[in-house]
Design a protein around this ligand. Structure first.
Ligand code: IMP
Length: 424
């Protein structure tokens, strides 16, 4: 059984909790895109973690955690994360690092700063875009290079020469030494050298053997490099289409595809956001929902659920089910709005414009639904949800045509209403 967990919005949908829940009984849990820009929140046995690189299934002893070729990996972050998790688990989890994944080096963060990417696009300052750019320009350093130190030094030296020519005025760049960078990398990589291998082969064999494989997407459909709100996007393919490429296994038959969407909408970083709320309601959602970046701590922009954007994510991810998260945060509102269409240059449209400039000119057409006052955190059965909450969920299903398999009503694993992922 193969299951994909995919973000349907601008990230931060709650993929970590959903992965952690479904990873029980999994053989492999695989991250296939992005890097430490992700921050997947998991509460494991009462302890809260924000996982950045390691898949959120890592907390189960039998699971092999795979960082596949589509990722960009920062060894310093990986070392810290693995140390914390190993301490919590009382032992080291099983890990496999794809030899063809790319490494984030210190100069990637420098270039992100030198080019002002964070100011321009609201990037996470984790070196993501420069690392993916080096990959595309055939100037990257790969995990497998760690096994061949002289090749590693050579590749870094070539890159440093080019950077020194590009940034003659930067003392930081001019001060970099290939010998030192390689030595630092090799020392960070020390604990992981035996975990490096052919991840795509391992994934293929697991799928052929009918093992339970979970693919954990990072970011969300609206941050996809091609089909998101370009250029206010991340630098990887965040959708189902990115999955085969990110694991190196063609035509994977992913039977269960779970699209994770928050009951309202958030965005961190710049870019158009038609249903964004200002002041009171946004402050309420941000405060109650703890809407601050797991990776950067930045306050997230908050808005009403956008069903036009969600339909776009459905076309990109073909989910068999939705997981709706943070429904509990909407308790206590007199009324709740959902965006069902946009108005753009005098016309009403129901499709999501691919040009960010067009999306920025869209104004939402809302349907207003009654709210509910009950606290949902103790609810475990769908029928025990207030009727207004059920009708809110029904509106989502009617508009996007995908059934809901799980509703999250709190951060803890047990604060979940499972309606089932088995039947479509
Ligand atoms: P980058 O991925 O650091 O290059 O950032 C590009 C955009 O994606 C920025 O708007 C970030 O805030 C956003 N972004 C990247 N990763 C995440 C995530 O895991 N959650 C939410 N937003 C993200």
């Amino acid at each position: 059984m193969a299951t994909a967990i995919l973000g349907m919005q601008w990230g931060d949908e709650g993929k970590g909790k959903v992965t952690h829940l479904l990873a029980k009984g999994a053989d492999l849990v695989v991250r296939f895109n992005g890097g430490p820009n992700a921050g997947h929140t998991v509460i494991d046995r009462g302890v809260r973690f924000g996982t950045h690189l390691v898949p959120a299934g890592v907390f189960y002893p039998g699971v092999l955690s795979v960082l596949a070729n589509g990722m960009v990996i920062d060894l310093e972050v990986l070392g810290q994360e693995m140390a914390e998790i190993s301490l919590h688990l009382g032992g080291r989890p099983k890990l496999l690092l794809s030899e063809t994944a790319h490494l984030i080096l210190p100069y990637h963060r420098m270039v992100e700063d030198l080019e002002g990417m964070t100011g321009k696009f609201g990037t996470t300052r984790r070196g993501i875009a420069p690392a993916y750019r080096d990959r595309a320009a055939k100037a990257g350093v790969r995990v497998g290079d760690l096994l061949a130190p002289s090749r590693l030094r050579e590749r870094i030296a070539e890159r440093l020469d080019a950077l020194a020519r590009a940034w003659p005025g930067s003392q930081e760049v001019q001060g970099l030494s290939a010998q030192k960078l390689a030595a630092d990398l090799l020392s960070q990589a020390g604990p992981f050298l035996e975990d490096i291998g052919d991840a795509s082969g391992t994934i293929r064999r697991a799928l052929d053997a009918g093992q339970n494989v979970l693919f954990e997407g990072a970011q969300g459909a609206l941050l996809d490099l091609d089909f998101g709100t370009y250029p206010y996007v991340t630098s990887s393919s965040t959708t189902l289409a990115g999955l085969p490429n990110g694991i190196g296994v063609p035509l994977v038959d992913v039977e269960r595809r779970i699209g994770v969407a928050k009951a309202y909408l958030t965005r961190v970083g710049d870019g158009p956001f038609p249903t964004e709320l200002s002041e009171d309601v946004a402050d309420y959602l941000r405060g109650k929902g703890g809407e601050f970046g797991t990776t950067t701590g930045r306050p997230r922009r908050c808005g009403w659920l956008d069903l036009v954007a969600l339909r776009h994510a459905v076309t990109l991810n073909a989910p068999t089910h939705l997981a709706i998260t943070k429904l509990d945060i909407l308790s206590g509102m007199d009324e709740i709005k959902v965006c069902v269409a946009y108005r753009l240059r005098g016309s009403q449209i129901s499709r999501f414009p691919l040009a960010a400039e067009d999306l920025a000119q869209c104004t939402p057409v809302y349907e207003t639904l009654p709210g509910w006052s009950e606290n949902l955190r103790g609810v475990r059965e769908y029928d025990a949800l207030p009727k207004e909450a059920r009708s809110y969920l029904a509106t989502i299903v009617e508009n996007v045509g995908v059934p809901v398999g799980l509703v999250s009503v709190g951060a803890a694993p047990e604060e979940t209403v499972e309606t089932g992922f088995d039947s479509p």
